[in-house]
Design a protein around this ligand. Structure first.
Ligand code: AR6
Ligand code: MG
Length: 319
C-alpha cells in the first residue's frame, strides 16, 4: 500500500475513535427514540455533559495502548497496564469493572492477573474492545499476532472470554478496513464472512451475531430490529457486532456511519468510538469532516497528541 495512504489510515482509526466517542458522549444512556425526538439525526457535537469534543474513558485507554506500543515497539503487558493506571482520570466516565481492575493493578497485582479478579472471572463489558484501534493498526498485516495481542491486552482489565474475542474481532475489523481500498466498492458480505472465519470456537456468540449482520445487509432494517438482533448495551457481545454493522451498512458514508452508530442509543460513546475506529481505518484521517476535527479537544493529550502517536506507530511499521 502507498505509505501516505497507510499513514492516513493509522491516524484515521485512532482519531476517529475520539470522534465517535465525543459524538456519542452527550447522549450515552439515551434510547434510540429519545435521541431522534430530541436531536433528529445527530451529526454535531453537542456542548453538554463533559462539553463539545471532549473524550471519555474509551479514548483515554486507547491513548494508553498507543503510547505503550510506541514506547515498547510492540506489546508489553506490564507497561500497558502501568499506562492505564497512570492515565486514569475518574472524570472520564470509566465502567465499574475497569475501575476495580485498575485499583488491583495499583495495589501491585500482576498485569496478567488483575482482570480475572473482576466480577469473579472477568468483566464482559466492552471496555477492552473500545480501546483496541492501535492494536488493529499495528498488527494489520499479521492476523495471528493481532488475535494474540488483542486477547492479552484485554486480559489486563477484561479477562472474560467474550471480551478477549470481542477485542480480537474489533481489532480484526480495523485491520480489514485498513487493508480495504475505499475507492473500490466494499464487498460487504465477504467482509463479514472473513470475520466469521476469524472468530474462534469460543466465540460462537459472535458467529451468530455476524450471521445476523449478513441477513440485515440484505435490506434496510429499522433501527428497532438492529437493536433487537445486535444489541446496544455496554457488554462486548451486544456492542462490537453493532459497531461492525454500523460501519459496513454505511461503508460509503463516513459521517453517516458514526452518526448512525450513535443514533441507536444505549452505550453511544463506545459504539460510536468502535464504529469510528473501523470507518477511520477505512477512509483515513482525510475522510473526517473538518467541522468535527475542529471541535476535538486538543490539550496535552488531545487530538494533536493522538495524531502524533498514530504517526509514530506508522513509522515503526515502516522501519
Ligand atoms: N457479571 C455481571 N455483570 C457484568 C459482568 C459480569 N462478569 N461483566 C460486565 N458486567 P465494566 P467497561 C456488566 O464495568 O467494560 C463506560 O461508560 C456490569 O453491569 O467492566 O470498562 C465505557 O465507556 C458492568 O457495570 O465496564 C463503556 O461504555 C457493565 O457490564 C462501558 O462503561 C460494564 O462492564 C463499559 O466499560
Ligand atoms: Mg466511555
Amino acid at each position: 500500500m502507498n505509505p501516505d495512504k497507510l499513514k492516513d489510515k493509522f491516524i484515521g482509526c485512532t482519531l476517529v475513535t475520539h470522534v465517535g466517542d465525543s459524538l456519542g458522549m452527550p447522549v450515552e444512556g439515551y434510547d434510540c427514540k429519545t435521541i431522534e425526538m430530541k436531536y433528529g439525526e445527530l451529526r454535531e457535537m453537542l456542548d453538554v455533559r463533559m462539553g463539545a469534543g471532549t473524550y471519555t474513558d474509551d479514548t483515554e485507554m486507547m491513548i494508553g495502548i498507543a503510547e505503550s506500543l510506541v514506547q515498547c515497539r510492540g506489546f508489553n503487558g506490564r507497561d500497558m497496564a502501568g499506562r492505564f493506571v497512570k492515565l486514569y482520570n475518574p472524570e472520564r466516565g470509566y465502567g465499574g469493572g475497569t475501575v476495580r481492575a485498575l485499583s488491583l493493578l495499583r495495589e501491585g497485582i500482576d498485569w496478567n492477573f488483575a482482570g480475572e479478579r473482576v466480577f469473579g472471572g472477568g468483566s464482559f463489558g466492552n471496555g477492552s474492545s473500545m480501546r483496541i484501534a492501535p492494536i488493529g493498526a499495528f498488527y494489520y498485516d499479521k492476523p495471528d499476532d493481532l488475535r494474540k495481542i488483542a486477547c492479552e491486552s484485554s486480559n489486563i482489565t477484561h479477562a472474560h472470554p467474550y471480551c478477549k474475542e470481542g477485542a480480537a474481532l474489533q481489532a480484526f475489523a480495523v485491520a480489514k478496513a485498513i487493508n480495504s481500498d475505499p475507492s473500490e466498492e466494499l464487498d460487504k458480505q465477504s467482509f463479514v464472512s472473513d470475520m466469521i472465519t476469524f472468530v474462534s470456537d469460543e466465540g460462537k456468540l459472535y458467529k451468530a451475531k455476524l450471521q445476523h449482520i449478513k441477513e440485515l445487509l440484505e435490506y434496510v432494517p429499522d433501527k428497532a430490529e438492529v437493536i433487537d438482533r445486535l444489541g446496544n448495551d455496554s457488554s462486548a457481545p451486544n456492542s462490537v457486532p453493532t459497531a461492525i454493522y454500523s460501519f459496513i451498512s454505511h461503508s460509503h458514508d463516513f459521517e453517516g456511519s458514526v452518526s448512525y452508530a450513535v443514533s441507536l442509543g444505549g452505550d453511544t460513546d463506545t459504539i460510536g468510538a468502535m464504529t469510528g475506529a473501523i470507518s477511520g481505518a477505512y477512509h483515513g484521517k482525510s475522510g473526517i469532516p473538518q467541522r468535527w476535527l475542529n471541535v476535538l479537544e486538543n490539550g496535552e493529550r488531545g487530538r494533536g497528541y493522538i495524531e502524533m502517536l498514530a504517526e509514530k506507530l506508522w513509522e515503526l511499521k515502516s522501519l
